[in-house]
Design a protein around this ligand. Structure first.
Ligand code: RUQ
Ligand code: CUA
Length: 684
């Protein structure tokens, strides 16, 4: 039946398309109606059931079909992704979220680097987070490049309660600049970037203590001590530099850093590497690997050996053991303030029994604590073994003062034999270790490109069964980290390991000279480990990943009305529909704007050149996913206002003209019409 022109405009078509009709916001649902069952998770209609014929035609092996079925997650069945993976975004500065086993990328969260989809760093209050994340805490910043807008993110850490992930917050560190960021998992957005004092760079972070008391982050390359002239600092390395182990206290309600309760322990100027927080039996300790205890500083054009040669001279470097419970007791009376944080000096740390060392063989990397907290597994890049330290032996050795020596800074070095309970020959280039629910360790083998599986010690295995290599699976080139499901907690889930491979030569269709990284999903449920799938990661080099059971995350669908994304509280500047207005105060023009399908109200803002515009935008929608963008051409402004969200932007209208502001999300059939004007007239 044909509609009249009038009927068409006022009714049927508009309703189906989700327009605003008579003030009622229609909801856009599905869109395809009955005939789109195949895309909405209903009965599959068109796919031929002759699986073998399809496989043959595509050149697939029979085994590929089982792998496909094990990992396929059809649209509309999100619960088939049993785990979320939080992956570092490497030098993209971001954090990536994926589902497991589908390995589909769900989101790339803007953290240290501007991200225009989320309006992160393009004009909203997020600009203040970037600015606040660039201080002189970790050393001066070049005045010609005053805001740090990237990071080399390595190690994400999920918050924990009783040693299990609680799905509340995730932290991620910046290896390049010694910073750390906090992301709230209610909305999957960054809330805080903190420039950690005395850390120019960092590696031993982030790692959360079992009840999220602290998040740990320590130096990578040691930092120049305050007041030292850099000219001769390298030649006087031992006196000029120091490392720092940082315990950032977390606010138990908000997850944010509480600097007043935080502290650092000063460390020798070795290159401190990866760390891990103790748990259960080792709760109260943090373990940090190190290399370059030779303190080599290079100078290959000045007649010195290159750093990698100087740093590999000794057979052993030192595993650092930091007793943070002890540090907590003495920090009030025995610390000094240094760049805004309490620091326990190195000699005090030694005197108070806060810091110990133990030898670790041949270019160590990785220091991973087993679920019971008993074992600390260290890989030696130039040694085919993993070395397994036992906290019970460590504690006895400390009590008995069973030291082989002290280093040149006076730190006691425990005897290797009195703290190591086992070594397993796993293969070439062991790096990082993860754990399953049955007492096994899984270590990545960088040189061999494989994952090794082996038994740890008691209580899961008898002495005869302990420390035995039981399986190995080849992965693609150059695996760095790996992650097992909840493999950092006191109750790992087993099931899968993901291998994070650095190279992807020959794996994917050519995309020019820079290839993606390659994540391989490994099945742990069978008798032998088996690679199930490859996923290209075309966004820099992820290092570490944590995997959490999906049902632990309780994220919001929509914000409570008027929520400020930064504070996560309702903003006093948020408005309800109907309260839109423009207020003038001197040369400031404050605009209270509502945002909903399909308009901005007000949609015209008139100012004089040089006036300051403060825009308070409230998305007054309550429909999940009804996000609107807000972009202003030529002003470098891009914002995202999710349903219920309040967002604020302040800028000087310093360019004259008529600027067509518009919504960047295709939000409704009249999305294109969701636009307006900022008119900047010549100065009065
Ligand atoms: S580190 S593999 Cu931060 Cu091993 Cu990268
Ligand atoms: Cu709102 Cu497009």
């Amino acid at each position: 039946m044909a509609l009249t022109r009038r009927e068409f405009i006022s009714g049927t078509a508009a309703g189906a398309a989700g327009l605003v009709v008579g003030g009622v916001v229609g909801k856009v649902v599905g869109g395809g109606g009955e005939d789109s069952a195949a895309t909405t998770g209903g009965t599959v209609t068109n796919v031929s059931s002759d699986i073998t014929a399809i496989a043959e035609a595509r050149g697939l092996e029979p085994g590929d079909i089982a792998k496909a079925v094990k990992t396929f997650v059809p649209g509309g069945k999100p619960n088939l992704d049993e785990f979320y993976v939080f992956s570092s975004g490497g030098h993209s500065g971001q954090l990536m979220v994926m589902g497991v086993p589908s390995m589909r990328i769900l989101k790339i969260i803007g953290v240290f680097t501007p991200e225009s989809w989320q309006g992160w760093g393009y004009g909203s209050e997020s600009d203040a987070i970037f600015k606040g994340g660039t201080t002189t805490n970790g050393g001066a910043v070049s005045p010609s490049r005053p805001t740090l807008t990237w990071a080399d993110t390595h190690h994400p850490a999920l918050s924990e309660t009783n040693g299990e992930y609680d799905g509340r917050w995730v932290y991620i560190q910046d290896r390049a600049n010694g910073r750390i960021a906090m992301v709230d998992l209610r909305d999957f957005k960054t809330k805080q970037i903190y420039d950690v004092p005395n850390l120019q760079s960092s590696h031993g972070g982030c790692f959360v203590t079992p009840n999220s008391e602290y998040v740990h982050i320590s130096t990578k390359t040691p930092t120049l001590r305050p007041g030292v002239d850099p000219t001769t600092a390298l030649e006087n390395f031992a006196d000029s530099f120091r490392g720092y182990s940082t315990f950032l206290a977390l606010n138990p309600q908000t997850g944010r850093f509480d600097i007043d309760r935080s502290f650092q322990v000063e460390l020798p100027p070795y290159t401190q590497d990866l760390a891990d927080a103790g748990k259960l039996l080792s709760n109260g300790w943090v373990f940090i690997g190190s290399y370059n205890t030779e303190m080599a500083y290079g100078g290959n054009l000045e007649g010195n050996p290159p750093i990698e040669v100087g740093a590999s001279k000794a057979d052993f470097d030192y595993l650092h053991m930091v007793n943070w419970k002890k540090a907590e007791e003495v920090v009030g009376s025995r610390s000094v303030m240094q760049n805004g944080i309490r620091v326990i000096p190195l000699d005090v740390a030694v005197e108070e029994g806060i810091l110990y060392l133990a030898p670790e063989p041949r270019s160590p990397h990785g220091a991973d604590v087993s679920p019971s907290g008993r074992y600390i597994v260290v890989g030696g890049k130039l040694d085919p073994h993993v070395t397994i330290y036992d906290i019970e032996m460590i504690q006895k050795a400390i009590e008995a003062e069973d030291f082989e020596a002290r280093d040149q800074f006076g730190v006691p070095i425990l005897r290797f034999d009195s703290v190591v309970s086992g070594r397993v020959e796993v293969g070439a280039g062991p790096l990082h270790t993860q754990f399953d629910d049955k007492g096994y360790g899984y270590t990545s083998l960088f040189l061999e490109s494989a994952v090794a599986k082996y038994s740890l010690g008691a209580p899961d295995f008898s002495p005869e069964e302990s420390y035995k290599l039981v399986d190995k699976v080849p992965v693609h080139y150059n695996i760095g980290h790996l992650v097992a499901m909840e493999g950092d907690t006191v109750k790992p889930a087993g099931k899968y390991v993901i291998a994070l491979n650095k190279w992807s030569i020959d794996r994917y269709a050519g995309i020019g000279t820079l290839n993606p990284q390659n994540f391989q999903l490994v099945d742990l449920t069978g008798e032998k480990m088996e690679v199930l799938s490859d996923t290209p990661i075309g966004m820099a080099e992820p290092h570490y990943v944590q995997a959490i059971r999906a049902d632990r995350i309780k994220s919001w669908d929509v914000y409570p009305p008027g929520t400020d994304q930064i504070t996560m509280e309702p903003s006093t500047h948020a408005i309800a529909a109907g309260a839109e207005r423009i207020e003038r105060n001197g040369d400031t023009v404050e605009v209270y704007m509502s945002v909903q399908r399909s308009n901005f109200k007000p949609d015209i803002i008139r100012v004089k050149k040089g006036e300051r515009i403060v825009l308070h935008l409230t998305n007054v929608e309550v429909t999940p996913d009804a996000t609107h963008g807000f972009a202003v051409p030529r002003y470098n402004i891009s914002m995202s206002i999710d349903p219920g969200e309040y967002a604020r932007i302040e800028f000087v209208a310093d360019v004259e003209g008529a600027f067509a502001m518009y919504c960047t999300e295709f939000c409704s059939a009249l999305h294109l019409e969701m636009q307006g004007w900022i008119i900047v007239s010549p100065e009065a």
